[in-house]
Design a binder for this molecule. Sequence first.
Ligand code: SAH
Length: 213
Amino acid sequence: MKDNFRHHGLRQQLVDHLVEKGITDKNVLAAILKIPRHFFLEKAFVEFAYQDLAFPIGSDQTISQPYTVAFQSQLLQISPHDKVLEIGTGSGYQTAVLLELKANVFTIERQKELYEKTKNFLPKLGYQAMFVYGDGYKGLPSFAPFDKIIVTAGAKEMPNDLLRQLKVGGIMVIPIGDSKSQKMKLIIRKSNKEFTTQTLGDFSFVPMLPKKT
Ligand code: SAH
């Protein structure tokens, strides 16, 4: 597949649209301008890659809408070398954005097929992350604590294991709600025991798959 000036032009239009919708983080916008989102989609949807829409990526899952990716990424306020835990690798597009922001990314996917596919695909584009096949509800205790945690599937409730794995001063973004609609929650760990939570608008993610026992 090619990435040519036409794709670049479409990405610029997408970036302009994201700015109109309120995204201001220059590094996030630069990442979206750079990453060939059409490489992350199945053939049937490649033509629509730069519309602000979610698309199926197989295994009943979707690649998040660019606005949602930009919104979550902006909330994380990534600094270079931040240790970031991502739940829901999916197509790897959000992972690529985090990597463009120079984060150190640990990403967990619960579906074997998607895990295999993205683990093989992202390094071909030059993106290196730590790919984990596992249950996002449990996080990655052996690599904790994390500076930032991002959940890209809708959770029914706050996963306590993930809160525990957040550094003091760290930020977590997670959509919480039912299978149709969720509220974006921004959590900051103020101290060992103290967390603040802000609620930031409605989103529609695929549901986070139940906890494996
Ligand atoms: N960030 C992805 C979004 C994928 S959709 C992208 O940009 O493409 C959400 C993903 O979360 C799906 O791939 C789904 O399989 C995965 N997922 C759902 N429940 C999970 C869980 N409990 N642990 C890890 N991954 C999970």
